[in-house]
Design a binder for this molecule. Structure first.
Ligand SMILES: Nc1ncnc2c1ncn2[C@@H]1O[C@H](COP(=O)(O)OP(=O)(O)OP(=O)(O)O)[C@@H](O)[C@H]1O
Ligand SMILES: [Mg+2]
Length: 250
């Protein structure tokens, strides 16, 4: 008996009012996958992440988590699911008037963890992302790459089952981007977290992802899906192959 996919989209169609963003998305994400959402700017990658994290309702179609429909879940079941996810959005800035420790502690507040345990947990998570000792700094006092890592620390504060990450390495220098990739890989390997990531950084895609989907802005549906390395070499879709081959030899 195979394990049910952690996430499965069936005929998922997403709109903002009358504006169709993507239609008929069918895909499965398995436990421990690092699943990358690919496609040109504006094709709907962030929109997909917001649907997968329950922020928006599908216009039609359904999303299943471990085999259960989110659409049919009641408020309690939805809340229970959401409590098992860690999310960092594209614009997911830190709160500038809170210290790094306070930012990371945010999701912990309602989890019934004592104050002392929270302090320890926050320090542990900050250390995991290479920021031991930075508890009392404010976001304005650290670099952009460090802010990204604090965002990750916050997202993994409660050991999420699924980690959603929108453009984690955007704006980072190659070395910091590489470190973030290693962090995500280590996290998956040590905790078995499933990771859904939006990125167009080819180096990151090939370094960490084992599965993914390419969304097309013109036809407004997926063109291909699978292991990005396989798609680069064997996709029947020229657009997908050239998107993934862009960085070759550079
Ligand atoms: N809240 C919203 N209300 C209405 N339209 C939106 C909203 N958010 C995004 N859009 C539109 O939906 C489309 C897809 O946006 P989305 O942010 O999902 O793209 P993306 O693939 O993440 O792009 P990028 O790579 O630039 O981040 C765009 O045309 C955008 O203008
Ligand atoms: Mg986006």
């Amino acid at each position: 008996m195979g394990e049910k996919p952690v996430i499965e989209a069936r005929a998922l169609t997403m709109r903002y009012g009358p504006q169709l963003i993507q239609k008929n998305l069918d895909f499965k994400i398995n436990r421990g996958d690092i699943f990358v959402v690919m496609g040109g700017s504006g094709c709907g990658k962030s929109t997909l992440l917001k649907h997968l994290t329950g922020l928006y309702e599908p216009a039609s179609g359904e999303i299943f988590y471990n085999g259960s429909s989110y659409t049919e879940a009641d408020a309690d079941e939805r809340q229970k699911l959401r409590s098992q996810w860690g999310v960092t959005f594209q614009s997911g800035a830190l709160f500038s008037d809170m210290t790094l420790a306070e930012n990371v502690a945010l999701p912990v507040r309602h989890a019934g963890v004592s104050r002392k345990e929270t302090v320890e947990l926050v320090s542990y998570k900050l250390a995991l992302v290479g920021l031991a000792g930075y508890e009392d700094y404010y976001p304005s006092q650290i670099s952009g790459g460090m802010c990204k890592r604090v965002g990750l620390a916050r997202a993994i504060a409660l050991d999420p089952d699924i980690l959603f990450f929108d453009e984690p390495s955007a704006g980072l220098d190659p070395l910091s981007a590489r470190r973030l990739d290693d962090l995500i890989l280590n996290l998956r390997d040590s905790t078995g977290t499933t990771v859904v990531i939006v990125t167009h950084e080819l180096a990151s895609i090939f370094a960490i992802a084992n599965n993914g989907i390419y969304l097309d802005a013109i036809t407004k549906t997926w063109l291909d899906q699978g292991d990005p390395k396989w798609l680069r070499d064997y996709s029947q879709q020229d657009i997908v192959r050239s998107f993934l081959a862009r960085g070759e030899g550079t």
